[in-house]
Design a protein around this ligand. Structure first.
Ligand code: TRP
Length: 331
C-alpha cells in the first residue's frame, strides 16, 4: 500500500529551539518512517514578518534545514522544500485568494494573536493572507495529513474550506484538490524561560538547539521558577514552575521524584536546574554532533533542498495543470 503523505514546516526566521523540538521535531522524526514526509522551509511565510531584513534570510533557511536534520530527520527519507522555489504554491495562493473573504482572515484567531504580538495596527496584505498561502503549501502536493500544534488549527480549517470550495465550484465535487486533515500534536506547549506561555524566537526566551552546553546551563539557571518560593525551606508548587514544565517534557525518568522533592522542600531550585541542564545536554549532544556534521557540509544540505524543491515543483505543476483546466483557464 502506498504511504500517506504528510507536509509540515517552519517559518525560516532563525534558529529552532526546544519548543520546536517537543512540539514538532520529535514527532516528525517518528512520523518519517510511516509517512512520505515533506518538510517545508517556509521562507515566503517568513517574509510576512521579516521582509525588512533580507540579510538574514539565507542563513535562516540553512538553520531551519540543518535544525530539522540535526533533530534526526533523514535526508534519504524526507523531502526538504524551499517554499519560494515552488511556483505552484504561489499560483494556487492567487487562485485561492478569490475564494476567501477578508473577514474570515481578519477573524482568524492565530492571525489576530500574531498581529498583536508584532504590533501590526496596519496589517500588510501578505500577513493577513498568509493562511491562504499556507493552504496552498498544504494542497499543492495533495497532502493527506498535516502535523501541527493547536495554534495552526484555524489555518487548517481555512485550508479545508478552500479545498472543498474549489472542488465544488470547479470539479463537480470531485477531490481535485485533496482536503487535508490536521494531525494534532498532543504535547503541551513549552513555556519560555521567562515564564511566559510560549517559547519563541522573537520573544527572547528560548533555549536553542544550537546552544552549547554552557549556554544551556546558563539559560536554565536564569529560568523563572515558582515565584512564591523564596527560601529553600519553602515548599514549591511544580504546577506553576517553568523548570518543572521542562522536566515534564524532557526528563520523564526523574520528574515524579523531582515533583515530590519540590513539594516537600527537599530540593532547591538551583539543584533542580542543574539536573535539568544535565538532562538537556545529554539529549542535545547527539543533535549537536549531527549539526556539526551538516554545518561542515552545507553544499550537501543545499543539494537536498534543491532536489526536494524540484520534486515538489514537478508534483505541484501537475496539480496546477488540472486546476487550470478545471477553472477553464486553458485556451
Ligand atoms: N505556520 C506554520 C508555523 O508557524 C509554518 C507553516 C508554513 C506550515 N506552511 C506550513 C505548517 C504548511 C504546516 C504546513 O509553524
Amino acid at each position: 500500500m502506498e504511504k500517506k503523505r504528510i507536509i509540515t514546516g517552519d517559518r525560516t526566521t532563525g534558529q529552532l529551539h526546544l519548543g520546536h523540538l517537543v512540539g514538532s521535531l520529535q514527532n516528525r522524526v517518528r512520523l518519517q518512517r510511516e509517512y512520505e514526509t515533506f518538510i517545508l522551509l517556509a521562507d515566503v511565510q517568513a517574509l510576512t514578518t521579516h521582509y525588512q531584513n533580507p540579510g538574514q534570510m539565507k542563513e535562516s533557511i540553512y538553520q531551519v534545514a540543518i535544525g530539522n536534520l540535526a533533530a534526526g530527520l533523514d535526508p534519504e527519507k524526507v523531502t526538504l522544500i524551499q517554499q519560494s522555489r515552488v511556483p505552484s504554491i504561489a499560483e494556487l495562493t492567487v487562485l485561492y485568494s478569490m475564494l476567501v473573504s477578508v473577514n474570515v482572515l481578519r477573524h482568524n484567531p492565530t492571525v489576530k494573536t500574531e498581529a498583536k504580538q508584532c504590533g501590526y495596527g496596519d496589517l500588510t496584505y501578505g500577513f493577513l493572507g498568509y493562511p491562504v498561502s499556507q493552504a496552498a503549501d498544504i494542497t499543492f502536493c495533495s497532502a493527506d495529513l498535516v502535523p501541527v500544534g493547536d495554534d495552526q488549527l484555524p489555518h487548517m480549517e481555512i485550508a479545508r474550506k478552500l479545498a472543498r470550495r474549489f472542488n465544488e465550484l470547479y470539479a463537480n465535487g470531485d477531490e481535485l484538490i485533496r482536503v487535508p486533515r490536521a494531525l494534532l500534536s498532543e504535547t503541551p506547549r513549552l513555556p519560555g524561560l521567562d515564564g511566559s506561555c510560549k517559547m519563541g524566537k522573537s520573544l527572547g526566551n528560548a533555549v536553542y538547539l544550537s546552544d552549547d552546553a554552557d549556554a544551556v546551563n546558563r539559560k536554565i539557571h536564569s529560568a523563572v521558577t515558582d515565584t512564591n518560593r523564596i527560601a529553600v525551606r519553602d515548599k514549591g508548587n511544580p504546577d506553576v514552575c517553568t523548570v518543572y514544565a521542562y522536566h515534564r517534557a524532557f526528563n520523564a525518568g526523574e520528574r515524579a521524584d523531582i515533583c515530590e522533592m519540590c513539594c516537600g522542600a527537599q530540593i532547591g531550585c538551583v539543584a533542580c536546574k542543574t539536573r535539568l541542564a544535565e538532562k538537556l545536554n545529554t539529549l542535545l549532544d547527539p543533535m549537536r554532533e549531527r549539526r556539526a556534521y551538516y554545518e561542515r557540509r552545507r553544499d550537501e544540505v543545499r543539494g537536498f533542498i534543491l532536489e526536494g524543491s524540484e520534486k515538489a515543483t514537478r508534483i505541484g505543476n501537475e496539480i496546477m495543470a488540472r486546476a487550470r483546466a478545471a477553472m477553464r483557464l486553458e485556451i
